[in-house]
Design a protein around this ligand. Sequence first.
Ligand code: VGL
Ligand code: ZN
Length: 211
Amino acid sequence: MSRYDPQTALIVVDVQNDFADPAGALSVAGGETIIPYVNAQVRAARAAGALVVYTQDWHPAHTPHFAQDGGIWPVHCVIDAWGAALHPALEVAGPIVRKGSNGEDGYSGFTMRDPVSGATVPTELEAILRARGIRRVVVCGLATDYCVAATALDAAALGFETSVLRDGIRAVDLQPGDGDRALARLVAAGVTIVSSENGGGDAASRATSAG
Ligand code: VGL
Ligand code: ZN
């Protein structure tokens, strides 16, 4: 059984300097350590004819997302800054969807705020997937408890058969356990958590969902 085929997309979430580099503004513990694993997934996906899509947190210098402007986060991933760049070790082999540019938190790669109406509207991500006839998505990247969780939850809600790669994610863990709680929410929503312990298969974690 292969994880990837032409109807599957690998979504690599926010593997950017500010999250992945230890010197980044919102450095995620162990963030850099996922990159070799993620790159191996990128290569496996490409070899099987699967689409690889990347998301990029892409904020203006002032946004209610930042603590200085009323939010909770240090300034990070500012448009065109070093911190917003995809980590240089990441293999990029597909389109990049930018998010968080219109004053929204932008946790999910699927939604943004319409700059005129203020309504929550789709980014181009779903259209990219639909145009390719994608039915299944595999999600990895940073961070488990924010953008990975939000993106995977939206993917599942949109009807994609969704899995998350346990070895290809790391959590911010503002509160200890946030990452684990995010994974539990994902399982409850029907998302499969794939880990090396369950052989990369996809039955194990779904079966443990308490709903
Ligand atoms: C993220 C916090 C703030 C993420 C983005 O990529 O998970 N987390 N902005
Ligand atoms: Zn952000």
